[in-house]
Design a protein around this ligand. Sequence first.
Ligand code: AMP
Ligand code: MG
Length: 424
Amino acid sequence: MAQLSDDCFAFSGPLMPVAEAERLIAERIAAVEGHDIAALGAATGRVLARDVVAPIDLPPFDNSAVDGYAVRAADLAGEGPTRLAIVDRVAAGHAADHALNAGEAIRIFTGAPMPEHADTVFMQEDCRVEDGAVVVPPGLKRGANRRLAGEDIRAGAVALPAGRRLAVQHVALAAALGLTEVEVRRRVRIALFSTGDEIVEPGMPLPRAALYDSNRYLLAGLAARFGAELTDLGILRDEPKTLARAIAAAALDHDLVLTSGGVSTGEADHVRAAIESIGRIVFWRLAIKPGRPVAMGVIRGGNSGEGAAFVGVPGNPVAAFVTFVRMVRPLVLRLAGALPEPLVALPARAAFSYKKRKGRREYVRVALRAAPDGGIAAFKHPQDGAGVLTSLTETDGLAELSEEVTVVEPGATIGFLPYASLIG
Ligand code: AMP
Ligand code: MG
């Protein structure tokens, strides 16, 4: 259960800098404790609970990296070509019967074990075969085209560290080492609500002044990408007691209660008050745009008595997305016991001008496109509104403008965060 300790996280200033919020998350959130055994086929997205130590060398034996002829480098003439007798043939999955003697070569295929005494392999394209012999050119280094046992990883070495969130390549490595299952942390349990009297489930009739709920689909999808076990608890009305009751109940058996909407300062924004009645707000205004009203806190109770973490992201879908990737993502990774996965913004060239206020981190939705003068540049979406979903669907990522930046001119280098890196 819950991991935010309920003590000192108070923040007195009006807007908390993003880095400070990240520091609090890193310091105050502990990983869930339960472990599961995951079959390899179902392990993608899970977080390793223990180091995976290689039980065997990879590759397990010296083998050829190409189709060609295995030789002894000592037999090769310094200058011109060398003629060697072909004495055997060895394909992948078979061993050569023959140890190489002086003046001999063995026909070999990719992945086949290196014959005894052979140390070098010529690619077949570089060889000429005549009368049971192969003529190889000069100039190949000893050891060329040979893969050594353990060159990928040695038996006994840590192949994957505890805390690694398993992507397909990590699962592939575990498979290459012969493992059939891995010990992982249990999944983070997230309870998800939307809030708002105007919010309606897709598929229902749309009354006047109502909007279909997109945030629950956005946030549920994001939570799934980070390996969480999600309980979708639907839409809550803007009513303080209902909110408090539903959130407190969800906190009993979840690690994180995630809501959207209702966290700004409007009269119908009751989420903050609800949290204050059942727990404690850690911060609720972040120096970030879009997404300034984002509440983070802890809800009392829960099985362990420690409480569940709470995050209330803003209702505007783009603000919900940005605050998820900046705040909820690191929080979920911490809860999951994952190693930190810092977001690395790639340098990109701005094709737009932009003015912003100092002291606030801003995220501008941009598309990468060919620039008129050649190369690729980041084009800002024409619509800035935090509620404009098409500004997310028609772009490739976020330009991250730091607190100090006040203007961006065309041609400036900006940090670009591709959506692919933010959502997975
Ligand atoms: P709020 O943060 O509750 O003040 O909401 C800000 C804006 O986001 C309002 O225009 C809401 O109608 C809209 N909004 C709130 N929740 C959702 C949702 N689940 N899906 C789509 N839009 C929403
Ligand atoms: Mg609302």
